[in-house]
Design a protein around this ligand. Sequence first.
Ligand code: PL3
Ligand code: FE2
Ligand code: FE2
Length: 230
Amino acid sequence: MQQLATQSELDFSSETYKDAYSRINAIVIEGEQEAHENYIKLAELLPEDKEQLIRLSKMESRHKKGFEACGRNLKVTPDMEFAKDFFAGLHANFQTAAKEGKVVTCLLIQSLIIECFAIAAYNIYIPVADSFARKITEGVVKEEYSHLNFGEVWLQENFEESKAELEEANRENLPIVWKMLNEVEQDAETLAMEKEALVEDFMIQYGEALSNIGFTTRDIMRLSAYGLRR
Ligand code: PL3
Ligand code: FE2
Ligand code: FE2
């Protein structure tokens, strides 16, 4: 009932909604494109898991197509330039890490940070989405859990030798996520997505992932809030 109340206040065809959607939709499209490219890169770095990673990269292109359809359905043109800027920080850090062969950093950026960010955003979006986008996003989010799982399993299996690099990569990349959330806060609000809920959901996903990998509760508290309060 409460969901219906929130939804009924949203006018998906209003200029206000469409303006905000042009940026959020672009962010998601760009995010899926980055994810697609990142899994191809990871497939090069981890030849043993090549087949599985190529499969993930193909799922990401399907996600991208799905979200492009969501924009078209609302007659919105995604602001891709804005979205490229939005992802510039994580993009640059992934590229640098890949060039240096730092596979642990690449996995942290893509399979932990970006996937947790996506899962949080999609979960918060689903109850307030238009019915077309809701169906698409429900299908997508299920697959994102399997992408997160790939990173968790690999990092758990290689935990001891990855620990130090994970700490460093977390320190360098988590503050970028908080900055990204601040940048999207206003537009997300227009779509009836609360920043507090996004932060909370992200922290839960990311904390659970760190726990599955093998970090202690104490480590998780320290790692998952890094750079949140300055
Ligand atoms: C990985 O498979 C996908 C990466 C996408 C990242 C999305 C981040 C989204 C943050 C913006 C919050 C609004 C979400 C709205 C959902 C349509
Ligand atoms: Fe995806
Ligand atoms: Fe994904």
